[in-house]
Design a protein around this ligand. Structure first.
Ligand code: 13P
Length: 281
């Protein structure tokens, strides 16, 4: 069943677990994520980045995820991940997206506030919740320029939530996208202070490769949504490589079926780690 971002996160916050937000860009990945959630009776968030929308087509992804969601009882959120273009965010809302992450973290702070608030205002007309970002969760390209983390602050968190009315807040606490790089660490003291300062569910991006103990600690300090992309790409591609060692294979289904299973198994592991299994109702 298609559900809104805010509804699954409110429940997660009350139940002290986190909902996985898994990036997909095609049918196989979407099927794998929804099937894993259904097997473990877990709510799930399907993340679609702007690049995924460009790759697969906005209407196609909407049709795929909406159809998959319709056929399961577990809550499925169709979420825009790292929206940076307001027009794309609006288009997603018009096409049935049920969650929007607007990422203004690279903008000057005041511009981040103003743009996120405007997206939130528009999304409200659709009854859809919005996640914003403060601090920065860097990408590999950003890390080449500077490895120094851009950390969120509790004061900024309070101000940002008050002025944008976001339903969830992604925080830069030393995390970065992709597998953790040497020296990368999560600043739990900071997360704890932000958690005390604001009431909204907090979001951890860049969680691939993060050890279970750190994930559990993050959930303890208010993380209710955890984003996973790289770990899924790694298992998918490893599976395809393995299958294609057999040079006689040429039917895409022969290598996409085990790859789909590999993603499903990985998503199941994450769901168990995040504690959202059995929380579908
Ligand atoms: P990873 O690629 O590190 O899992 O990060 C995913 C993410 O945060 C997507 O928004």
């Amino acid at each position: 069943m298609l559900s809104t971002l805010q509804s699954v996160l409110e429940k997660a916050q009350r139940g002290k677990y986190a909902v996985g937000a898994f990036n997909i860009s095609d049918l196989e990945q979407a099927q794998a994520v929804v099937t894993a959630a259904e097997i473990l009776q877990s709510p799930v968030i399907i993340n679609t980045s702007e690049k995924a929308l460009e790759y697969a087509g906005i209407e196609n992804l909407s049709a795929i995820v909406t159809s998959l969601a319709k056929h399961v009882k577990v809550p499925v959120v169709l979420n825009l991940d790292h929206g940076r273009d307001v027009k794309i965010a609006h288009h997603c809302l018009q096409q049935g997206w049920t969650g929007i992450m607007f990422d203004g973290s690279k903008l000057p702070y005041e511009e981040n506030v103003a743009t996120t608030a405007a997206v939130k205002k528009y999304a409200k007309k659709f009854g859809v919740g919005v996640e914003g970002e403060i601090g920065q969760v860097k990408y590999k390209e950003d890390m080449k320029i500077s490895k120094k983390p851009v950390l969120a602050t509790p004061e900024e968190a309070v101000d940002f939530v008050q002025r944008t009315h976001v339903d969830a807040l992604a925080v830069g606490i030393g995390n970065s996208h992709g597998l953790p790089v040497p020296g990368e660490r999560l600043h739990f003291d900071l997360l704890q202070r932000i958690h005390r300062a604001v009431k909204v569910p907090l979001v951890l991006h860049g969680a691939s490769g993060t050890p279970t103990a750190s994930i559990k600690k993050a959930i303890h300090y208010g993380i209710c949504k955890i984003n996973i992309d790289t770990d899924l790409r790694l298992v998918f591609t490893a599976s395809v490589r393995e299958t294609l060692k057999d040079q006689s294979i040429f039917d895409p289904r022969a290598y996409l079926t085990p790859a789909r299973h590999a993603i499903m198994d990985e998503v199941k592991k994450k769901i168990m780690m995040f504690g959202s299994n059995g929380k579908a109702k």
